[in-house]
Design a protein around this ligand. Structure first.
Ligand SMILES: O=C(O)C(=O)Cc1ccccc1
Length: 386
């Protein structure tokens, strides 16, 4: 499996290359200044202090001048190093697309309480901010219980080489926002993220307004407030109303009260898969064209009792069409070529998951593990205006 899944080391349960520590906490690799000859150094010769030094992974050795010097040794790993760090997230910087008040910002706060959420104009900027060490994580909305998959974001997952390190399921509660004093019947148009507009289709068609898609929900609210647009409303969160000084003209306007969006947390490095809590693994693969090829691919999971939670297919951008000979008469067929995305309930630390992917690798023409990460088994509530 090592060619499919490699992991390095790091904090918050994830394993990343550590940035340089501040100099006061860095263990020097250059030889420590020589200690005075024994006898003058009662402290270092005492049993307790020597033990302390050993605990600090230092070794005393006579140097060329007969002085004792400290040699740093690698500190043995303890169980504490292997346990995931508590996700205080206080030092984590998490990039999201949108402006404050966006649902992605809430998802970031749910995944990493006390993190610093960093707004980005576009997803591309959020991904690059992680890749260039400007931030530690990026948040990506990936699917919604009403609107389905956010296809563009599946494509982004593939274009970049970030790893999925977590997920958050947020119950999205949409409000219709407007300039204070405006009545919802006075609105001529409503701006929002396309997913939000789709999730409020029923309410918006009753209002008979023009719908306009913008990059994010809170950005729509900010735009209306900044331009004092009395004929325009925004579908956004009640938090966006507070931030931009808008009024909630209607609350809970999504077509179904069960409106849940799933967000992915992305990092430069994968996390160490574990088996002591429910994990999910996301993969993407391509298959040879032919009867039953997808059936065969899915059987590798069924055979090992691995529950699939999601399957999605996207046209293969670089090679969307395949022309094949159909028979002796020279007829040709044109097929669409697809990339499949599958999520299954297991950790890559489990033998059955490794076996399933080894099996799939035998006939998949491409296979990549996007991440193995703790499953969000709850649905987080989004703040409401009441
Ligand atoms: O625009 C936002 O606020 C987002 O975070 C994207 C989004 C839009 C609609 C539902 C969930 C997430």
């Amino acid at each position: 499996m090592s060619s499919l899944y490699h992991s390095v080391s790091q904090g918050d349960g994830s394993y990343a290359q550590l940035p340089p520590l501040p100099s006061h906490s860095r263990q020097s690799t250059s030889p420590a200044p020589p200690l005075p000859p024994r006898g003058l150094q009662h402290r270092s010769s005492s049993e307790a202090d020597l033990q302390q030094l050993q605990e600090n992974s230092l070794q005393l050795r006579n140097n060329d001048h007969g002085f004792r010097e400290i040699i740093p040794l690698p500190r043995p790993l303890s169980m504490l190093d292997l346990a995931p760090q508590p996700t205080h997230g206080c030092l984590l910087r998490v990039a999201y697309q949108g402006v404050p008040g966006a649902y992605s910002e809430m998802a970031a706060g749910n995944a990493y309480p006390n993190c610093e959420a960093v707004p980005c104009e576009q997803f591309e900027a959020a991904f690059q901010a992680v890749e260039q060490w400007v931030v530690d994580r990026a948040v990506l909305p990936i699917e919604n219980s009403l609107g389905g998959s956010i296809h563009r974001n599946y494509d982004l997952l593939l274009r970049h080489r970030l790893h999925i390190v977590g997920e958050v399921q947020l119950a999205v509660h949409h409000c219709l926002l407007g300039i204070p004093g405006v009545k919802k019947e006075e609105l001529v148009r409503v701006l929002s993220h396309p997913q939000a507009l789709a999730q409020c289709e029923h309410t918006l068609s009753k209002l008979n307004v023009i719908r306009e898609a913008v990059d994010d929900t809170a950005g729509a609210a900010q735009f209306i407030a900044a331009n004092n647009l009395r004929d325009t409303g925004a579908v956004a969160s009640s938090r966006a109303a507070e931030i931009y000084g808008l009024e909630v003209l209607a609350d809970g306007i999504q077509d179904d009260s069960d409106n849940v969006t799933r967000f992915l947390m992305l990092a430069r490095e994968p996390i160490m898969p574990r088996t002591d809590r429910p994990f999910k693994t996301s993969i993407t693969f391509t298959l040879e064209e032919g009867p039953g090829s997808l059936f065969k691919a899915l059987a590798v999971f069924a055979l090992r009792d691995l529950n699939l939670t999601k399957i999605e297919s996207r046209p293969l951008r670089k090679r969307p069409l395949r022309v094949a000979d159909d028979g002796s008469d020279g007829a040709k067929s044109v097929y669409f070529d697809y990339l499949f995305f599958v999520d299954f309930e297991a950790s890559m630390a489990e033998q059955r998951a490794q076996n399933a992917l080894r099996h799939l690798q035998e006939f998949a023409t491409f296979l990549r593990v996007l991440g193995s990460y703790p499953m969000d088994v709850s649905i987080k509530a989004c703040p409401t205006s009441q």
